[in-house]
Design a protein around this ligand. Structure first.
Ligand SMILES: NC(=O)c1ccc[n+]([C@@H]2O[C@H](COP(=O)([O-])OP(=O)(O)OC[C@H]3O[C@@H](n4cnc5c(N)ncnc54)[C@H](OP(=O)(O)O)[C@@H]3O)[C@@H](O)[C@H]2O)c1
Length: 228
């Protein structure tokens, strides 16, 4: 159990039917430009942005603040058990911000060495065969990272849910229907069996941004917020 850890905001962009991508994995773009600019504002309120390796492989995201002025870019965090992050991906080559990749003890030193040629890239090799969130958050706390903006995808979101490691959820809902049983929803994994055990949140605000809706919810009893 972690006593001290960064504040965790989980952001997801979904269709009206709760999908985060189509059945073939397309997710650019579900929400409007206005909503995406709002995401960039929220990125600027956080010390770091976290995604899973599948999101890097599917979208090759920049994970930087672009549409608004900022003095500082958040650190990009990738959870990547087997170090599959391509050396050609934007988070490695663009040099716009630091990228920290968390890998398991299964990764060999030669593979890690290949990343040393790049500026601003750090590989954190954990002692375990899986990249456990508690270990990642413990390292982040020790490195004085006080907030994490989790941008998915579905498996990463589910890990945060299963561990109860969510302080705030920012949901952007686009007025579109994607459908399809193979189109992913925001949380893919075991889920929670009984309603008495579900992760309870309190609604903090609902507003329209462009053609989309933004809902901010916080974990029940949460007092502080990243939202200014
Ligand atoms: N609409 C949105 O808001 C949004 C946001 C982000 C992504 N997406 C979409 O979501 C899709 C990708 O989502 P995804 O669910 O397939 O993958 P993901 O959540 O991006 O990445 C999951 C992978 O991360 C690795 N991982 C390492 N440590 C983990 C941990 N503690 N918990 C969970 N995963 C861990 C695992 O792979 P290894 O075992 O290989 O390390 C796992 O398979 C893409 O289509 C993307 O476009 C949509």
């Amino acid at each position: 159990m972690l006593n001290q850890r960064p504040y965790i905001t989980l952001k997801h962009a979904i269709s009206l039917d709760g999908k985060i991508a189509t059945s073939i994995g397309e997710s650019k773009w579900i929400t409007s430009k206005e909503a995406r600019i709002d995401v960039h504002k929220d990125r600027s309120l956080h010390d770091s942005i976290l995604v899973g390796i599948n999101t890097v492989l599917a979208d090759n995201p920049s994970l930087t603040i672009r549409h608004i002025h900022t003095d500082k870019q958040p650190i990009r965090l990738i959870l990547d058990t087997n170090l599959k992050t391509p050396l050609t991906s934007k988070v490695i080559t663009d040099g716009l911000s630091e990228t920290w990749i968390f890998v398991s003890n299964k990764v060999d030193k030669i593979s890690i060495k290949k990343f040393e040629y790049f500026d601003k890239i750090k590989i954190f090799q954990l002692k375990s065969s899986q990249v456990e969130l508690e270990n990642v958050l413990d390292i982040l706390h020790k490195k004085e990272i006080r907030s994490v903006y989790v941008e998915g995808g579905a498996q990463i979101n589910d890990s945060f849910l299963q561990a109860g490691l969510i302080d705030e959820v920012n949901t952007y809902i686009a007025p579109m229907l994607i459908g399809g049983k193979n189109s992913p929803t925001s949380f893919q994994g075991k889920g929670i069996n009984y309603l008495k055990d579900v992760f309870q949140l309190e609604l903090k605000s609902v507003r329209q941004i462009g053609k989309d809706i933004k809902i901010i919810s916080q974990k029940e009893g949460q007092v502080c917020s990243q939202e200014s």
